[in-house]
Design a protein around this ligand. Structure first.
Ligand code: AMP
Length: 433
């Protein structure tokens, strides 16, 4: 088989790595890919924000299956365009991806289908906001409706602050793009869990759960980032809880989308808050998360991902079972100094070969490139998040030890990583001993 993967980050490196393990795969093409993906796939340039360009690449390559990593191509309707041309694609249609692209749609859908979620109000104007605010206690969570690359959620400590943030969202000052609606939400507390399921429009297959670390600083402090690390271990969700989530969240979402004429095929990422009142849905993503994917995929058996994706595309996911490995995994992001603000790029990366000799370690590349002359072909930094160093082992502690041992061998100017990834679970494991 020939596979085309769209995207060029750590998530796509993990996807390429996982499908490569299938004996049925002869060739993988990645558009645009990155410096690390280039070792496993032929990388071809593409503008990921341009639907016509994305379609052009797929037509030129004629893959047996296309896998879409990021949200923007989904929001543009790439799945619809390729499916219309008779191509097989793993991912939701433009309408089904509204579960991610419009937070107002997602919240209203959750309410229509009685899914557990925070109390909310959708506001289209300053007048509606005034009225809605009277029904909320502080803190209040303010969310932009559309895709905002992780910047569209602000937790406000006062109603005045909420008013100011909403004003800036409506005017376009906060996100660069004018929002026609914003969502106010009740503030929830609890453990956050990323729970991903695969769906074929009717059937649902859960993957192992993960937890990510969004803040730049140790102890979960400082600015929000795309994610500084993640881990996956069986204690995150007990089997009874997983059954509950399947019956009360995952299956009702898939049934609900089908009943509304927008069947969902692909991977549905459920962002959950485990509150004292029970699990609550914070958000949906309609694609794999990054860096959770780098922690989750190594826990699948070799080649399993492709089997599951094909079953989803072909509509027989009910005939597939996952034989997940019961080891634990951890992914630690090595970032460039200054991230999530502006960073320098082009710094040489060394020590990767030595680091990857560490037991159970796989290094996925997030922002790397192969340098042009005079040092042609040398690996250099090319973004804020540079590497996703993943380790899998019998215990979470051992996975962390191996990942950090690998990281100690990697060098580039300004390397920064958090030293406390998985700290909550490790502390809990110690307390339970
Ligand atoms: P979202 O994109 O909706 O998941 O929001 C991004 C982050 O904001 C989440 O991962 C949470 O940490 C936080 N968040 C979102 N909604 C809420 C809420 N209702 N209560 C508390 N925190 C929230």
């Amino acid at each position: 088989m020939k596979i085309l993967v769209i995207g060029g980050g750590g998530r796509e490196h993990a996807l390429v790595w996982a499908v490569r393990q299938s004996p049925r795969v002869q060739e993988v093409v990645c558009a645009p890919g990155n410096g690390g993906i280039a070792a496993l796939a032929r990388c071809v340039p593409v503008n990921q924000k341009d639907l016509a360009d994305l379609v052009r690449v797929a037509i030129a390559e004629q893959p047996d299956l296309t896998i879409i990593g990021p949200e923007v191509p989904l929001s543009l309707g790439l799945v619809d365009e390729l499916t219309r041309r008779g191509m097989r694609v793993f991912g939701p249609t433009q309408r089904a991806s509204m579960l991610e692209t419009s937070k107002a749609f997602a919240k209203e859908f959750m309410q229509r289908h009685r899914l557990p979620t925070a109390h909310y109000a959708v506001c289209h104007s300053a007048k509606e906001l005034q009225e809605a605010l009277t029904h909320f206690h502080t803190p209040i969570v303010v969310k932009a409706d559309g895709l905002a690359a992780g910047k569209g959620v602000v937790i406000c400590q006062s109603k005045d602050e909420a008013q100011e943030i909403v004003k800036q969202m409506f005017s376009g000052k906060l996100l660069g793009e004018i929002q026609s609606k914003v969502i106010l939400e009740e503030f929830l507390t609890g453990e956050e869990i990323s729970w991903l399921v695969i769906a074929d429009g009717a059937h649902v297959l859960p993957l192992v759960a993960a937890q990510d670390h969004k803040r730049i600083g140790e102890g979960d402090t400082g600015l929000n980032t795309g994610g500084m690390g993640a881990y996956s271990t069986d204690t995150l969700i007990a089997p009874e809880m997983r059954d509950w989530l399947m019956h009360h969240i995952a299956q009702p979402v898939i049934d609900g989308m089908a009943s509304e004429g927008a069947p969902f095929t692909g991977v549905l990422y459920c962002g959950l808050m485990m509150t004292a009142r029970g699990p609550m849905l914070l958000e949906f993503n309609t694609r794999f998360g990054d860096p959770e994917t780098e922690a989750i995929l190594p826990r699948l058996r070799d080649g399993e991902l492709l089997d599951v994706m094909e079953a989803a595309v072909d509509g027989h996911l009910d005939q597939v079972q996952l034989a997940t490995r019961n080891e634990s995994s951890v992914t630690i992001i090595a970032a460039s100094k200054g991230y999530p603000g502006s960073v320098e790029t082009g710094h040489a990366i060394t020590g990767l070969e030595e680091a990857s000799q560490e037991e159970g370690v796989t290094i996925f590349h997030s922002g790397t490139a192969l340098s042009k002359s005079p040092n042609e072909g040398k690996l250099v930094t090319a973004g804020g998040r540079v590497l996703a160093v993943t380790a899998i082992a019998d215990t979470l502690q051992s996975a962390c030890d191996h990942a950090y041992a690998a990281l100690s061998k990697i060098h580039f100017d300004g390397i920064y990583y958090r030293r406390d990834i998985a700290h909550r679970a490790l502390k809990q494991n110690k307390e339970n001993q």
